[in-house]
Design a protein around this ligand. Sequence first.
Ligand code: NAD
Ligand code: DAU
Length: 356
Amino acid sequence: MIFVTGGAGFIGANFVLDWLATTGEPVVNIDKLTYAGNLENLASVRDDARHTFVQADIGDSAVIAQLLAQHQPRAVLNFAAESHVDRSIHGPEDFIQTNVVGTFRLLEAVRAYWSGLPADAKSAFRFLHVSTDEVYGTLGATDPAFTESHNYEPNSPYSASKAASDHLVRAWHHTYGLPVLTTNCSNNYGPMHFPEKLIPLMIVNALAGKPLPIYGDGQQIRDWLYVRDHCSAIRRVLEAGRLGDTYNVGGWNEQANIDIVQTVCALLDELRPREDGKSYAEQIRFVQDRPGHDRRYAIDARKLERELGWKPAETFDTGIRKTVQWYLDHPEWVAHVQSGSYRDWVLQQYSAQEPA
Ligand code: NAD
Ligand code: DAU
C-alpha cells in the first residue's frame, strides 16, 4: 500500500481516484483539510475499503510516525502543500510552515521508518515529491523550455517554498540515501480544480455573470496539462524513475492567459449560452497585475518520454472541453467549495483591484 499526502486537494484527489481505478492498490490519504482540501472530491471512494482517509498535518511528526508504523507503506507520495501563488503573496507564513517545515518533518518521519525496514522493503521503498515548474523561475519569449538541469530561480513566496522543499528532498537522498524521486510539473487543469486558479475561476465567474479578471496584459504564458496526465506521469515515475532524479512533466501546450480565457468563453457560449445571446467574453476585465508575475513557463518533458516512455494522452482541446463540461455538471460541488472562507479570499484579492 501507499501513502498519499494532500489527497483531498485538486491533484491529490484526482491521483487517488486514478490510482485506485488503475492499480487497485490500497491508499492511506493524509490531508490536513485546509480551505483547499475537500472530502467531496473523494465521495466516490468513501466506502471503498482500499481508501483510508486520515485528517492530519504532514508536519505532525508523531501522527505521521504512528501511521507509518501502523500501515507500513511501500511508498509515500507528497502532494500536500499550500499551492496558490496569490495567497503566498498575501500571506507567505503558511507556505513556509507546510511546504518547507512540513516537508522537512515528513522527510524525517519517513527516514526513521525507512531506516528500520528489512533490506528488501528498504530497497523497494520510494518517497515521491510532487513539485512544480515554478521553481525554475521565468522564461523570455524565445528561451528554450525548462529542462531538469535549469537553475532554480524561484520568484514568488510559493515557488521559493517549493524550491526549498525540493532541495530538502534532494539532500535527504544525497546525505541519508533516502530513495527519493521528484516531479516538476507545469500548470494542471481538470475536474475538482479549486476556483481560485485561473481556469476554474473563469468558468464559475462566467456562469455567475461576474467579471473575468485578467492580470496585467494577459500575455503571460503557461504550459497546461490535463490533471489525469499528471497522474499517469507520477505513476510512471514511481514505477520506474531513477533514484534521486527529477522529472519534468508538461503538456507541450504553451498558451497565453487571454487565449485560455477566450477558449473557456467560447466553450461556454456553445455549451451554456448566455440568455442575452452575447458572448461570455464580454465579461473579461483587465485588472492590476500580480506582483512579481512570472512571464512564461514552458516544460521540456523529453527526459520523461525518452527514459520512461510517458506522453500526455489528452490534447488541450479534448481536456478543456471535458473540464468545462465537468463544471457544468457539478454546480453543487462549486456551491459547496464557495464557502465563507473562499468568499473572504475573493473579496480580499479582487475587490480592491483597479482596472489595468
Ligand atoms: P491544492 O491546494 O488543491 O491541494 C493541496 C492539498 O494539500 C489540500 O487538500 C490541503 O488540505 C492539503 N494540505 C495543505 N497543507 C497540508 C498539511 N500541512 N498537511 C497535510 N495536508 C495539507 O493543490 P494542488 O493544486 O492539488 O497541488 C498539489 C501539489 O502539486 C502541490 O504540491 C503543488 O505544489 C503541486 N503542483 C501543482 C500544480 C498545479 O497546477 N495545481 C502544478 C505542479 C505542481
Ligand atoms: O506552474 C505550476 C503552478 O501552476 C503550480 O505550481 C501552482 O500550484 C498553481 O497554482 C499554478 O500557478 P499559476 O500562478 O501559474 O496558476 P494560476 O491559476 O493562479 O494563474 C495562472 C495564470 O493566470 C497566471 O499567469 C496568473 C493568471 N491569472 C490568475 C488568476 C487567478 C489571472 O490573470 N487572473 C486570475 O484571476
